[in-house]
Design a protein around this ligand. Structure first.
Ligand code: C2E
Ligand code: CA
Ligand code: CA
Length: 371
């Protein structure tokens, strides 16, 4: 559901109608007050509005009354975003509370299961036996189809279990502290690969590396990077660290100091998975980002989901208004490319152009587009 600055509902999606039973013509133009229930005190709503206006974000459980009169509890997330001429919009998404807690339980169960399976020792062994490998996904310019950079993505090739997703082992590496040595190796190997590309004649590519907030919390992180930069003597303006929105949750002194020192080194910062977490407009201005990466979740159904297409349009406008580069992730189809072109998002990455590739395949890929 999308609400304008005057507090009118201006857009709802099909899921909304399915969940609440209300059709667009019953809802559009109304105030969200329409959904008030006696279960909540007025102060509950007042506080919600206050937080959204002040912080640009609210999430929590809320009771709503469906069209059939049944009251039900939902998980609600409200985020404020800014349109091209400075007007505010409020996006609220909600999910069945039971779904929500089922999902939370499922998530924690699977994390527990993975925690049982993958331990500190497995990860340490994987490092010692060099089972980690880096792949590189090209970042492409859609107007001329040229490569403008690459993102480093780690792979774990387990000898018996096969390939294990970083979505599974990175959280465990973060929990056990092993993200520090793993992250250092990722940085070093990415620099090595980048040097190989330079000697092959690919100059001025952007090198984007995922950096965990846990790495930024480590007091020696920026010093490690400074040493690496000195050793490789790259132009740091081409190096960009991707950080997720969790950075906005109470960044510690170490995090802020590291970010400062990285900026002094000339390293750029990119906000990864934009739109999935705490990316309210107000938060965005707090830290010195250069790039926004719009999450795949929004790009995936941009052609069929009108709320997502409005959201993507606004994220692009908002990013550009803030002077940021905007990159769309997970682009798979020519329809998505068309949509992004129409909305002036020129840089993309996704299977449409290429999956993440081992370094030699990346070199072939670059040779092929250069021909
Ligand atoms: P991410 O940074 O959002 O990376 C993009 C993910 O989307 C990658 O998944 C990539 O393979 C996948 N992807 C790219 N294009 C497409 C597409 O068109 N369609 C689909 N379906 N997927 C696409 P991957 O490699 O499994 O990585 C998952 C996450 O693990 C990354 O998400 C990142 O958060 C984390 N990660 C990966 N490498 C590192 C690393 O070296 N350090 C840290 N801290 N995190 C890493
Ligand atoms: Ca990333
Ligand atoms: Ca991402």
């Amino acid at each position: 559901m999308m609400i304008d600055e005057q507090g009118k509902i201006i857009s709802i999606n099909e899921a909304f109608t399915q969940i609440t039973g209300y059709s667009p013509y019953e809802i559009l133009g109304r105030s969200p007050k329409f959904f008030k229930v006696k279960k909540h005190y007025t102060s509950f709503y007042r506080n919600l509005v206050y937080e959204v206006l002040k912080y640009g974000y609210w999430h929590g459980h809320i009771w709503l009354c469906k069209k059939n009169g049944v009251q039900q509890q939902y998980c609600l997330v409200v985020t404020s975003i800014e349109g091209s001429s400075g007007q505010k919009y409020y996006i609220s998404t909600f999910q069945d509370s039971s779904h929500c807690s089922e999902q939370e339980n499922a998530d924690s169960n699977s994390t527990n299961r993975n925690n049982e399976k993958i331990t500190y020792f497995h990860l340490q062994k994987a490092m010692a036996e060099e089972q980690f490998e880096l792949h590189y996904q090209p970042l492409m310019h859609i107007t001329d189809g040229k490569i403008i950079g690459l993102e480093t993505l780690i792979r774990w090739n387990h000898p018996t279990k096969g390939s294990i997703s970083p979505n599974i082992f990175i959280p465990i590496a973060e929990k056990t502290g092993l993200i520090i040595p793993i992250g250092e190796r990722v940085l070093k190997q990415s620099f090595e690969a980048y040097q190989v590309l330079q000697t092959k004649g690919s100059k001025n590519l952007k090198l984007m590396i995922n950096v965990s907030v846990k790495q930024l919390e480590h007091k020696d992180f920026s010093q490690f990077v400074a040493n690496l930069v000195k050793e490789y003597a790259f132009d740091t303006k081409n190096i960009e660290f991707e950080i997720t929105e969790s950075i906005f949750l109470n960044p510690s002194k170490n995090v802020l100091r590291n970010i400062n020192q990285l900026r002094q080194l000339g390293i750029q910062l990119s906000l990864d998975d934009f739109g999935t977490g705490y990316s309210a407009f107000n938060y965005l201005k707090r830290l010195p980002f250069n790039t926004l990466k719009i999450d795949r979740e929004f790009i995936r159904d941009v052609k069929i989901n009108s709320t997502n297409s409005i959201l993507v349009e606004m994220m692009i406008t908002m990013g550009k208004n803030l002077g940021l580069n905007v990159i769309a992730e997970g682009v798979e189809t020519s329809e998505q490319i068309d949509f992004l072109r129409e909305n002036q998002c020129e840089v993309v990455q996704g299977y449409y152009y290429s999956k993440p590739l081992p370094i030699n395949d990346l070199i072939d890929f670059i040779d092929n587009i250069a021909v």
